[in-house]
Design a binder for this molecule. Structure first.
Ligand code: XUL
Ligand code: CO
Length: 434
């Protein structure tokens, strides 16, 4: 037991009228929403990197946080793990997520990295025997170390491709050993800084080969979790190949991976790509590749990935509406890929950021579920397309030809009149549930 969170109580549901900051006001794990416990709907995860590895730096200034576990030794990595699992307990968090580099000290080579990771995985495994917190996903950090400055799977140097492949193997082993529900690949520097030195075609082929190896290895070791790609359009690379959900889907189809890999969609990345979060979720659901979400928000003025905790109920509600409509999470969940601000120095800031985010998501989920159960929005959507249910319309879709249709339009004197899309009416309907 560390004393890092000394004096901070376990967070429990007290209801919307409670004035206790250290309580949930809306997130009640056991409350049943659309036939399922809220905890099982939302599947919250704490992101190890932001909460325990982030030191408070920004492009203009370095470390602001002073944590007793900062440093590069196994003893400190274990202290970090102790604090992490204490926080998971305080929050009653069902899941966590990590990169290899978040949890183990950096070794001098691949062998030492692997030994360090294995030691920490054993340490986690022992803790997880008594903790309720499970692993939502593991991943490899293939972007921080300078060896990855020109990418990992897309690096022009085959030795770096090999180092990355070997590292992913160890991270998949770690995820498998800890019973992870998914394995994530975010293409941190899988992209380019300038086209002047980049062979786009070769890099795409190499990345696809890398992903096929990941899929093959998943089956080889019997990992039953889902492999997820996390799209992002840029940052740190000027251009990132996994730009958005539609781009990833095109890539997966091109290389025959669409039945093996799904997507982990991050709100901030959707915004950077010029989309809304719900657009990305709806797109993935319609393509059959929806997997999981990274829940955070960007600052809309700053134009970069600020990874802030969510605090906008209407935004979150739209996202959960699409998720519920798609049938909810299966192996996925809601990972808070979010960090406290660099001025938020205190242990309680780490806790309260999550408490607030969990409450915001709970409110969003409840609003979305109520709207879905009400059925008016879906009925309006269905009515808008009702014309397509007629046999003639279905026949046109099945076997219509341009000249055949032209003849019919002429013969029937077709002169269709436009109908209202009723956007404002539907927005008003939405607002009644928020
Ligand atoms: C970076 C990002 C990553 C991934 C995991 O923008 O979102 O933290 O979620 O590598
Ligand atoms: Co993310």
């Amino acid at each position: 037991m560390t004393d890092y969170f000394k004096g901070i109580p376990a967070i429990r549901f007290e209801g919307p009228d409670s004035t206790n900051d250290f309580a949930f006001h809306h997130y009640n794990p056991d409350e049943v929403v659309m036939g399922k416990r809220m905890e099982d709907h939302l599947r919250f995860a704490v992101a190890y990197w932001h909460s325990f590895a982030y030191q408070g730096g920004d492009p203009f200034g370095g470390q602001t946080f002073e944590r007793s576990w900062f440093g590069d030794s196994m003893a400190l990595a274990k202290l970090k793990a102790d604090v992490a699992f204490e926080m998971f307990d305080i929050l009653n968090a069902p899941f966590f997520c990590f990169h290899d580099a978040d949890v183990r000290p950096e070794g001098k080579d691949f062998a030492e990295n692997t030994r360090n990771l294995e030691e920490i995985v054993d340490y986690f495994a022992a803790k997880m025997e008594t903790s309720k917190t499970k692993l939502l996903w593991g991943t490899a950090n293939l972007f921080t170390n300078r060896r990855y400055m020109a990418g990992a799977a897309t690096n022009p140097d085959p030795d770096i491709f090999a180092f990355a492949a070997a590292t992913v193997k160890t991270c998949m082993d770690a995820t498998h050993k800890l019973g992870g529900a998914n394995y994530v690949l975010w293409g941190g520097r899988e992209g380019y800084e300038t086209l002047l030195n980049t062979d786009l075609k070769a890099e795409a082929d190499h990345m696809a080969r890398f992903l096929h190896m990941v899929v093959d290895y998943k089956h080889k070791i019997g990992f039953s979790g889902t492999i997820l790609i996390e799209p992002k359009p840029q940052e740190p690379s000027k251009h990132q190949y996994d730009y958005d959900v539609a781009t990833v889907y095109g890539f997966l189809r091109r290389y025959g991976l669409e039945n093996e890999i799904k997507v982990n969609i991050e709100q901030g990345h959707a915004i950077l790509a010029g989309h809304s979060f719900e657009h990305e979720i709806a797109t993935a659901a319609s393509l059959g590749i929806f997997g999981s979400i990274d829940m955070n928000r960007n600052d809309y003025q700053s134009g970069w990935d600020t990874d802030q905790f969510p605090n906008n109920v209407p935004e979150v509600a739209m996202a959960y509406y699409e998720i519920l409509k798609a049938g909810g999470f299966t192996t996925g969940g809601t990972n808070f890929d979010a960090r406290i601000r660099r001025q938020s120095l205190d242990p309680e800031d780490l806790i309260l950021s999550h408490v607030g985010a969990m409450d915001v998501c709970a409110r969003g989920l409840k609003a979305a579920a109520a709207l879905l159960e009400d059925g008016s929005l879906e009925a309006a959507r269905k009515a808008r397309y009702a014309g397509w249910e007629t046999p003639a319309a279905q026949e046109m879709l099945k076997s219509g030809t341009l000249d055949g249709i032209a003849k019919r339009v002429l013969a029937e004197g077709l002169n269709p009149q436009p109908k209202s899309g009723r956007q404002e009416r539907l927005e008003n309907l939405w607002n009644r549930f928020l």
